[in-house]
Design a protein around this ligand. Structure first.
Ligand code: XMP
Length: 509
């Protein structure tokens, strides 16, 4: 195993993913992790991430010198490289010229890090400080016209540093560099793969649960579905899945979930579908304010789940579909609350259980999907787009009613069907229809209409923090529009949302 030590950089998770893509298991720990903790974890190597500070700042993230004396190979990236230089007696200064973006770097090929990379390559730079002088015992292994130490190393002590970011795509041979560090410097074996992970996890769940009872809140999304199937394979009928149909799911989604997890499906578990559509519509009647809607849906969901749990009685374990990005949020800096996100399947307050099981805690999203495939879950479920916990409730602007839910469900189903038919769904991060709260005048078959406008949205994104509006071919949008106005009652206008995030968000509320 391998360690990524987080100094508050933007790319900490990306670094961990790159390492895992090289079949090496790794975890992220904050720079506040003690030396003892790191020794106990005993990694094959460590990467120091970038960070927002200057090494001279008063509250800047730092680490004691002793970490460089453990004999564990270390690669410092960007801020991590400056920190290494600073702590070991080199000189870090504000660069006369900041470097941002693609930069051609000259490399010393005798370095193990650049084995097979060539003597010039394009790297991604983003820094205002730089290493002006490498510490004693270090050799400079890369330079740019304005950066005297773009990389340095002390090969005897297995300490390496790059000012540029090998983890991002724009560093053309970054993947080779990370591979070289893992395999040629750290001697990693590359034995991290999904089928052994899944087998091991099933075995360890079986041991842990023994003959105990397990409860799982199933939303039908990727994470909770994969977690549920893993548990079902481990303990069968000792598992009960509760699926709350709150009436804000996509068209036919409730039935699809039931088909997979219900008694007709392939898995051996207890499945309870709770149909509380009307209860949610009643609670939402007359409510227009987005945050209030989110709160009502979240709270009501937990109430329903608790009621079901009470009927089941005491259980030993509660399953959570927590995934790795939920676990590690870079602890540095606090961001403003834009929306009160909630996950259906979030932790209820009053369910009687002894322990939580989180089988996906160590996995990134694409790894969860891969685990799902290993478990034999149907592809359409494994590849499902993210769907917000409050569901269609936040894709209907303003008051939610049963009638509006039906409109947006039908429009969305047509949109998804046509996108798939045209084969343009592959690269898209997320796409859906929303119901604007706007009505306008139209003319249909010689008559005046006064009906709703549907908004279509499609975005390209990899992290859902930022997104661009996707360019869906005009013919496809035309076909979708014709079908929606013809087939969905009370819609006489269709619009396409061209806004990115920021300034908009992906969802409408
Ligand atoms: P926004 O609208 O904030 O969405 O740009 C970013 C991503 O998060 C999803 N989303 C949610 N997911 N519970 C969730 O589990 C929520 O309350 C929630 N709100 C938004 C959204 O679909 C997008 O993928």
């Amino acid at each position: 195993k391998f360690l990524v030590l987080d100094f508050g950089g933007q790319y900490n998770q990306l670094i961990a993913r790159r390492v895992r893509e090289c079949s090496v298991y790794c975890e992220i720990k904050p720079y506040t992790a003690s030396l003892e903790e790191i020794k106990k974890y005993n990694p094959k190597g460590i990467i120091f991430t970038g960070g927002p500070n200057s090494v001279y700042g008063e509250d800047s993230a730092t680490y004691e010198k002793a970490i460089f004396e453990l004999g564990i190979p270390i690669l410092g990236i960007c801020y991590g490289s400056q920190l290494m230089a600073h702590v070991l007696g080199g000189k870090v200064e504000t660069a006369p010229v900041s470097e941002y973006g693609r930069t051609e770097v000259e490399l010393d090929n005798s370095s193990k890090l650049f084995d097979g990379v060539g003597d010039k390559t394009v790297c991604w730079m983003s820094h205002t400080d730089y290493i002006a002088e490498a510490p004693e015992g270090f050799k400079i292994t890369a330079t740019t016209p304005v950066c005297p130490v773009a990389a340095m190393e002390n090969a005897d002590k297995k300490l390496y540093a790059t000012q540029f970011h090998p983890e991002v795509m724009h560093t053309e041979q970054g993947k080779e560099m990370i591979y070289n560090f893992l395999y040629k410097v750290c001697g990693c074996k590359g034995d991290w793969n999904m089928d052994s992970f899944v087998d091991d996890m099933i075995k360890s769940i079986r041991e842990k649960v023994g003959d105990g009872k397990v409860l799982c809140a199933l939303s039908g999304g990727v994470d909770s579905s994969v977690a549920a199937v893993m548990l079902a394979k481990a303990v069968g009928k000792q598992l009960t899945c509760v699926f709350v149909d709150h009436g804000l799911l996509r068209k036919n989604e409730g039935d699809e979930v039931e088909a997979v997890f219900g008694p007709e499906g392939p898995y051996d578990l207890n499945f309870i579908r709770v149909n509380v559509q009307d209860r949610f519509y009643e609670k939402l009647a007359g409510v227009e304010e987005p945050e209030q809607k989110r709160k009502i849906i979240g709270e009501e969901f937990i109430r329903v789940f608790e009621e079901e749990a009470k009927k089941i009685g005491t259980v030993d374990f509660l399953v959570q579909g927590t995934i790795y990005p939920d676990v590690v949020e870079s602890g540095v800096g606090k961001s403003a609350t834009i929306k009160s996100h909630h996950n259906v399947g979030g932790l209820p307050d009053y369910v009687d259980f002894k322990e939580i099981i989180e089988p996906l805690r160590d996995l990134f999203k694409d790894e969860v999907r891969q685990a799902g495939r290993e478990l034999g879950i149907p592809e359409y479920l494994v590849m499902r787009q993210p769907f917000p916990g409050p569901g269609l409730g936040i894709r209907i602007i303003g008051e939610v009613t049963a009638e509006k839910v039906k409109i947006v469900q039908d429009a969305d189903a047509i949109y998804r069907e046509e996108i798939a038919k045209a084969g343009v769904d592959k690269g898209l991060g997320q796409y859906f229809a929303a119901l604007t709260n706007m009505r306008s005048v139209g003319v249909m078959g010689d008559g005046r209409t006064y009906d709703y406008a549907i908004a279509l949205r499609a975005v390209n994104t990899s992290d859902f923090m930022t997104a661009d509006a996707a360019q869906i071919p005009w013919e496809v949008l035309g076909k979708v529009t014709t079908r929606i106005v013809n087939e969905v009652e009370h819609v006489n206008r269709v619009m396409y949302d061209c806004t990115g995030k920021p300034p908009a968000t992906i969802e409408f509320e």
